[in-house]
Ligand binder design. Structure first.
Ligand code: NAD
Length: 290
């Protein structure tokens, strides 16, 4: 397949490399990142998009996506598909899809989970919004770059699924970390805490699969000095997007709002930048109630 790829950073670079390794013809553009071997480097986003059956974008945010979409949609052929894998606000995803539809270009919003490791290994999960037809066309590429792709409904629903999932994840991580800090102060051994909670009604992915306490449970970033993993600032980005969406549709999300505030304080004022999002545990450990 002839593919345009725009945004070859930490995630986009390895995703594009996997497409080349599977035999696809990739034309690529990035404003900064070097273009990996095996693909054709282009001098603009429009040039990378021209003549492609599918154009993939993997960009930092919604404003940049909208700018790139303005450049590439006029260059894209009728019947081609714009596949955005970035994490962006729901509104931008829907605006770009409407713009694409106006010129008979299909659009999918398909944010991912799985991080840089998943991008390199081709084991990402894609949460997808868009039409059945566009999804079917992109499916062979999802199969190369990932292990699972779920069509969640019309445009924007992929982003909606991602931010709802990550709002649960952020709030659950905080709840798990504060419970460990309380257990410490009550004299409860961390291993005993894990053994009980991981098999009781307080269990969660953050406790059972990604335990924030070092030396407890399966290996996680806590066992590696809280090197990410999933960085606290990326969790903050997703929590901000979920609050932006909640405001737009008047949804009451008090736990998500508090999780956003706590990650904001952690990242911007308490040295959380560059640490895994589970480093909330050492943060709580050091604190009292005030
Ligand atoms: P990144 O900053 O490493 O990559 C983004 C790339 O886009 C950069 O190389 C940048 O130069 C390029 N870019 C910016 N503006 C551009 C433009 N106008 N035209 C062309 N290229 C442009 O970020 P990343 O970690 O690869 O993340 C990409 C997206 O994936 C983000 O939306 C992020 O939230 C999401 N995401 C990241 C992770 C992760 O673990 N890194 C996990 C899940 C989702």
């Amino acid at each position: 397949m002839k593919i345009g790829f725009i945004g070859l950073g930490n995630m986009g670079g390895p995703m594009a490399r996997n497409l080349v390794a599977a035999g696809h013809d990739v034309s690529a553009f990035d404003v900064v990142a070097p273009i990996p071997d095996g693909m054709t480097a282009k001098t603009s986003a429009a040039a990378a998009a021209k003549g492609a059956e599918i154009v993939i974008t993997m960009l930092p945010n919604g404003a940049i996506l909208r700018g790139v979409a303005n450049d590439i949609i006029p260059a894209m052929s009728s019947g081609s598909v714009l596949l955005d894998c970035s994490t962006v606000d729901v509104e931008s995803a829907r605006a770009v899809a409407d713009q694409a539809a106006a010129t008979d270009v299909g659009a999918l919003d398909a944010p991912v989970s799985g991080g840089i490791g998943g991008a390199e290994a081709g084991t990402l999960t894609f949460m997808v919004g868009g039409t059945d037809d566009a999804f079917a066309r992109a499916k062979p590429l999802f199969d190369i770059m990932g292990q699972k792709a779920v069509l969640c409904g019309p445009s924007g629903n992929g982003q909606a699924a991602k931010i709802c999932n990550n709002m649960i994840l952020g709030a659950t991580m905080i709840a798990t970390c504060e419970a460990f800090a309380l257990a410490d102060k009550l004299g409860l051994d961390r291993q005993a805490m894990f053994d009980v909670v991981s098999t009781s009604s307080g269990y969660s992915w953050t406790m059972n699969a990604y335990c924030p306490a070092p030396g407890i449970g399966p290996t996680s970033p806590a066992d590696n000095g809280y090197q990410p993993g999933f960085a606290a600032e990326l969790m903050l980005k997703d929590l901000r997007l979920s609050q932006q969406a909640a405001e737009a549709v008047d949804a009451d999300t008090p736990m998500g709002a508090r999780a956003k505030e706590l990650y904001e304080t952690f990242v911007e004022g308490e040295g959380g930048l560059g640490k895994d999002f589970s480093a909330m545990l050492p943060r709580f450990e050091k604190r009292g109630r005030s």
